[in-house]
Design a protein around this ligand. Structure first.
Ligand SMILES: Nc1nc2c(ncn2[C@@H]2O[C@H](COP(=O)(O)OP(=O)(O)OP(=O)(O)O)[C@@H](O)[C@H]2O)c(=O)[nH]1
Ligand SMILES: [Mg+2]
Length: 309
């Protein structure tokens, strides 16, 4: 019995859980949440990875609204929460679409710890940009993990874009450099560089990424034009720590937050936006090439407040 309830709770999205709380006590919506209800809401937000600062922000809004009797119906409350979430998620300037350098090629460096979805995101981006008419080339600069080169080559073939790779165990900066030469020779306008993902505590990886950025910058002025950090949206506060470390190595222009197919842990996106101060450009919502959603604060607030997780 207890187990069923836990499973059910997990399946419910944030809104589903909030609604359940409001309806456990029929009067809650009418007379407002009690102090105990508010505490439960606070716990829900923290469990959903919103982070302390964003949770405090949302709680202040909720407490104020309750005190003033601002919400008469469930729909009122949902709208108020969605509005505030959208404000918290609002992008800092940049749109989701990637920069286009002139004369080019536009160089996009993709980085992140192991297994977060870098290679898949490079494939999804390549597919998306190709669909927009851009001439994309991908660079397999993860020379570290066995199988990484073949993985990107398979994606590239499926999507129909050229892939430049080097020897396994070779220098990732050399692969990136070769990819730029190839792009210049064949007139590609966008180069997406996939990189290795060892643990972020290993200084070696950070040095490697710095070198890739330096080398591409010497070949193409202004490169890398985009530095996208891929974070797994299900790891909560760990993603914030990872983000800070990578940002110190190479300044970021945006985030791709992956594995948000369900809504249950999506709150981390709110914390990431706040703590890292760079825009979320895309979210990953599945394993297929189409499962990359350009970030829209309103759409994502709705996604977070879905009834089911
Ligand atoms: N459900 C889901 N799975 C994803 C998403 N993005 C990536 N994955 C899966 O996550 C796993 C790892 O993806 P990769 O793209 O290989 O990750 P990576 O960061 O390149 O991994 P390393 O190269 O080993 O560091 C694969 O099974 C992907 O299919 C997503 O948005 N949703
Ligand atoms: Mg990879």
């Amino acid at each position: 019995m207890k187990r069923d309830r836990v499973t059910e709770q997990k399946k419910l999205g944030l809104w589903g859980r909030l609604k359940r709380l409001a309806l456990t006590d029929v009067g809650a919506m009418v007379r407002g949440f009690s102090a105990a209800d508010l505490e439960t809401v606070e716990r829900m937000l923290l469990e959903a990875d919103f982070g302390v600062a964003s949770t405090m922000d949302l709680m202040a809004m909720l407490e104020d609204g309750v005190r003033r009797g601002r919400w008469k119906t469930e729909a009122d409350l949902r709208t108020a929460l969605a509005d505030r979430l959208a404000e918290l998620l609002a992008p800092v300037g940049a749109s989701a679409e990637l920069a286009q350098a002139a004369p080019g090629p536009t160089v996009v460096l993709v980085m992140g710890v192991n297994g977060v979805g870098k290679t898949t995101s490079v494939a999804k981006l390549a597919h998306r940009l190709k669909g927009q008419g851009r001439r994309v080339l991908v660079a397999a600069a993860d020379t570290w993990r066995a199988g990484a080169i073949a993985q990107l080559e398979v994606w590239a073939e499926r999507i129909g874009v050229p892939c430049v790779s080097g020897a396994s165990g070779g220098d990732p900066a050399a692969v990136a450099f070769d990819a730029l030469e190839a792009a210049l020779a064949r007139g590609s306008d966008t180069v997406l560089i996939d990189t290795a993902g060892r643990l972020h505590t290993q200084e070696g990886l950070m040095d490697e990424l710095r070198k890739v950025a330096r080398v591409v910058g010497r070949r193409v002025p202004g490169a890398p034009h985009e530095v996208l950090l891929v974070l797994d949206g299900t790891v909560g506060q760990n993603a914030v720590q990872q983000g800070k470390l990578f940002a110190e190595a190479v300044p970021l222009t945006g985030l791709i937050v992956t594995k948000l197919d369900g809504t249950a842990r999506g709150g981390a996106v709110v914390a990431l936006r706040r703590e890292l101060g760079v825009p979320i450009r895309f979210t990953g919502r599945g394993e297929g090439v189409e499962d990359l959603v350009p970030f829209d604060a309103r759409e994502f607030a709705g996604h977070l407040l879905a009834d089911e997780g």
